[in-house]
Design a protein around this ligand. Structure first.
Ligand SMILES: Cc1cc2nc3c(=O)[nH]c(=O)nc-3n(C[C@H](O)[C@H](O)[C@H](O)COP(=O)(O)OP(=O)(O)OC[C@H]3O[C@@H](n4cnc5c(N)ncnc54)[C@H](O)[C@@H]3O)c2cc1C
Length: 379
């Protein structure tokens, strides 16, 4: 593998998932030379709910990527279902898409190649080096090393960036997920989130004949597999039970984590490697794209302290949403009260969704927060 390794690069990126590729594309836009190494072979699949909310679509567009028609399925809002109580709202602006991870990855790889990013697949990063990073034990020289290697980032631990902010009890912030695709025409123009006793299931339309079903729980023993758990949701189960599988079930963990630092010397983290929010928010991809655009600018200007500061600000709203949704997941009575509020006052749910996708005024968020807080107190 001597060919790209002899050269010295501006940016070396460990991990060619959404965060790594988005950083690569944005860094090329800043005129930097970029090489990406990933241990897997493209197009890479990963357990994911596969929903790209309107702010994520917008962030992707800023990287020069349009979601191709036919590769994705548009949806216009979110529906919460808790037993017989339902609430739904449309996004205030823009369209969201359900898109298979392999399709998203292919589109991003194509864009990266067109931008002149050098990509190495089946090339595991095995360590950091004072002059760059090691790929399968060989040195790749680079001025900056970016860790985009996901939730269990090794770059993060090599660079001693594992220390968390705030609540250090990691077990509390880890959840367990399964994902499977079913061959069935989407029955709604909404992404659905079904609240159960011990888990949540969300359904994203990803094609004209396909939906992606993700199940998330606090259960570390993984007793809740998708089929058994779905029986708790009779309406959903009646739709899915006769549908054919379009993929095998795959598991993953989802971690809510804020790091004390996201860079040390010339190593810097992005995407899930740099901390993240629970999968239930559907925000991971959007955050990764926003962080990538920011990081590229900061690398070009050599301003990693600014990256860290703004990275923290970007995580604030999704972290708040995570707290709210995990509270609803844990406290059934409180959730029922909030769901009743959403059902009887749909504008309240619409305001929450607007906040979720970064729209609406601070005043709206405050008055809606007070109404929800009141219902929670009563519960
Ligand atoms: C069940 C579930 C549902 C989700 N649903 C949604 C959703 O609906 N919408 C949403 O926006 N987000 C969702 N997310 C979050 C989203 O999947 C992540 O935020 C997103 O994948 C982060 O991208 P990333 O590039 O940081 O990490 P990853 O996608 O994990 O990519 C990391 C890459 O690094 C590579 N790698 C790792 N180690 C090495 C190494 N040593 N050397 C080389 N390469 C390496 C891996 O092969 C991988 O390609 C969900 C997550 C889960 C678990």
């Amino acid at each position: 593998m001597a060919f790209p390794l002899a050269k010295s690069w501006d940016v070396f990126i460990a991990g060619g998932g959404p965060a790594g590729l988005a950083t690569a594309i944005a860094a090329r836009g800043q005129g930097l030379s970029v090489i990406v190494a990933d241990g897997a072979l493209a197009p890479i699949d990963k357990p994911c709910g596969e929903g790209l909310l309107p702010n994520g679509v917008e962030a992707l567009r800023k990287l020069g990527i349009e979601i191709p028609e036919g590769d994705a399925y548009p949806f216009r809002g979110v529906r919460f279902v808790d037993g017989s109580t339902k609430a739904e709202a449309e996004f205030p602006r823009g369209t969201a898409y359900g898109i298979r991870r392999t399709h998203l990855h292919r589109v991003m790889v194509d864009r990266a190649a067109a931008c002149g990013v050098r990509m190495l697949w089946q090339a595991a990063v095995t360590g950091l080096h004072p002059e760059g990073a090691l790929v399968a034990g060989e040195l790749v020289r680079a001025r900056w090393v970016v860790g985009a290697d996901g939730t269990s980032s090794r770059v993060r631990s090599w660079a001693k960036l594992d220390e968390r902010r705030g609540d250090a009890r990691s077990g509390k912030n880890v959840r367990f997920a399964f994902r499977r695709h079913y061959r069935i025409a989407p029955w709604s123009e909404f992404m659905e989130l079904h609240w159960g006793r011990e888990c949540q299931v969300y359904v994203t339309p990803v094609g004209r004949e396909e939906v992606c079903v993700s199940l998330i729980s606090f259960d570390p023993k993984l007793r809740l597999r998708e089929e058994e758990a779905l029986e708790e949701f009779p309406e959903l189960w009646s739709r899915l039970k006769n549908a054919k599988y379009a993929s095998s079930e795959r598991g993953a963990i989802t971690v809510t984590r804020q790091l004390r630092r996201v860079y040390r010397d010339r190593t810097v983290l992005v995407g899930d490697a740099s901390g993240g929010v629970d999968a239930i928010t559907g925000e991971g991809l959007c955050l990764a794209f926003q962080q990538a655009a920011l990081l590229a600018k900061c690398l070009a200007g050599g301003e990693l302290a600014r990256y860290q500061q703004t990275h923290r600000a970007l995580l604030r709203r999704p972290t708040l949403m995570t707290r709210l949704m995990l509270f609803m997941a844990r406290h059934r009575r409180a959730r029922q009260r909030v769901m009743e509020l959403f059902q009887s006052h749909p504008e309240s749910f619409a305001a929450l969704l607007a906040m979720h996708v970064g729209e609406g005024s601070a005043r709206d968020h405050l008055s809606n927060g007070i109404a929800m807080g009141w219902e929670l107190l009563k519960a």
